[in-house]
Every structure is written in C-alpha cells, then in structure tokens.
Write a protein that binds this ligand. Structure first.
Ligand code: 8X3
Length: 257
C-alpha cells in the first residue's frame, strides 16, 4: 500500500457516499490513510458509515449535502482550507425509455445530478485542491459516457456530459497541481442503481444482471478509484474503463440462461 498522504492533501471528499460505489470508495480511501468526508442527502446513512469507518480505526465525518444545491455546496467548501481528493460519484439513472418517449423531467434531473452536481463540487473545491499542492479530482462517469445504447436516453446524454467535463477541465487546469481522473464503470451490481433507474421495480432491476456470472461490485470500482488516486502525484490516470469480464460492450453481455 502507498504511504499515507501528506497533511495538506489528506482530506478526501466523496459525494454519493451513502451507498454503492461512493460508500465503498470512502471505506477504501479511509484504509489508504485519507480523512474521509462523506456527503450525501441521506444523513442517517452517512453518519452510520462514518461510525463504521471510525470503529475500524480510520477517520470519517458525515456532512449531509445535496450536490445540486449550489449555495449548500459553497457553504460546505468553507469548512476546508485544503483538500487532497474530490470524488464526484453522486449521480445515477432514471428510466430506460427511448428518446421518442423519454420523460424530460428525468432527463433534467439526471443532467442536474450527474453533470451540474459534479460542476458544483468541482468549482467550489478547486481552490482548496490547488492549495493542497497535490489535488486529485475523480469523476465517476460510466461506459454510458462513451457509447450509447437503446434506452440509454438521458443517462447516456448526462454521462457523456460528465465525460466532457473531465476532458475539458484537464485541458484547462494543466500546469496546476491538480489531476483529473475519470473512472468509467460498466455493469456494476449495487443495491440501488438499477432499482432507482426502474422506479423501485425489483423485477426490471433484476433483469439487468440476469444470467451475468459476475457483474462488478461497488468494491471493485472503489478499488480501481483508490488505485488511481494513490499513484504518485505526477501520474495522471486520465481514464479507466472498467467492466466485468462478461461484458464486452454496453450491448454485448454474456448471459448464462
Ligand atoms: C452504468 C452502466 O450500462 O447501466 O453506469 O449504462 S449502464
């Protein structure tokens, strides 16, 4: 394991830390020596996770936050002088309707969480990342940010937005001591992703993973994120696409019947 991060860059903020990839990433970064700040809307969840991480001998604090609330994000940022890592993980999918019949409200919500949420945190915390002398911004996009699929709808559009944000930001801040890392996971089975997408319909959610031997777990992605973050400061992992072995593309998935 890499040495513990220096004091100025020891704080890691993780959004969407109440479950799935965010929670798993918070656990892993805490194990790697970061003081983890857990943010999400669900206070009870992040407080319980902070307690769990603390009981394991690491440091975590919970800060309830809606990434789409810019005033709240700006207020949150005042709590720090420097931070080392920002993991923009909050986001998700709503619906799988064709473009012809998709719900514009779902499209708007997905753009707000996946793109503007990332923008809000990135803008508010960039000065603090700069001030650390060794900052890292992680954007958890998706394979949906790199290729489309039928029914991908507003999620594919939003994740393409998140990808473009990462690429543009990296160009614009080159020369400053902040890396921009994009992690693009494919099929990951978490407690909530598919369930949220299908409005709580457990049958539709289960179908996503049906017959797939081993979809990725949240911890697989957290492991990838933590590996990328803990490379030496001059090493920028621009983009990692991470899929289960059974998935060759967004539309080519091996299913055992
Ligand atoms: C999740 C990947 O295939 O559901 O970000 O769009 S997919």
């Amino acid at each position: 394991m890499a040495a513990a991060p220096p004091a100025a860059s020891r704080i890691a903020v993780v959004t969407g830390a109440s479950s799935g990839i965010g929670a798993a990433t918070a656990r892993r970064l805490a194990e790697a020596g970061y003081r983890v700040v857990l943010t999400a809307r669900r206070k009870d969840r992040i407080e319980a996770l902070a307690e769990e991480i603390g009981a394991a001998g690491h440091t975590a604090t919970a800060y309830p936050l809606d990434v789409t609330d810019r005033a709240a994000v700006d207020e949150f940022a005042t709590a720090f002088r420097t931070i080392g890592v920002l993991v923009n993980n909050a986001g998700g999918a709503l619906g799988a309707d064709p473009v012809a019949t998709g719900d514009p409200e779902q499209w708007r919500t997905m753009y707000e969480t996946n793109v503007l949420g990332t923008l809000n945190l990135t803008q508010a915390l960039l000065p603090k990342l700069d001030a650390s002398g060794d900052g890292t911004i992680v954007i958890v996009s998706s394979t949906a940010g790199h290729a489309t699929y039928e029914g991908g709808g507003g999620y594919v559009a939003a994740k393409h937005g998140a990808h473009v944000l990462a690429e543009t930001l990296r160009l614009e801040i080159v020369g400053r001591p902040v890396r921009v890392i994009e992690i693009a996971p494919g099929m990951v089975r978490t407690d909530e992703f598919a369930l949220t997408r299908f409005g709580g319909d457990t049958e539709k959610a289960a179908k996503v993973y049906q017959g797939v031997a081993e979809p990725l777990t949240a911890d697989d992605v957290a492991d990838t994120i933590t590996w990328a973050v803990t490379r030496p400061p001059h090493v920028n992992i621009d983009l990692m696409v991470v899929r289960p072995r059974a998935q060759a593309s967004n539309t080519k998935v091996h299913r055992e019947s």
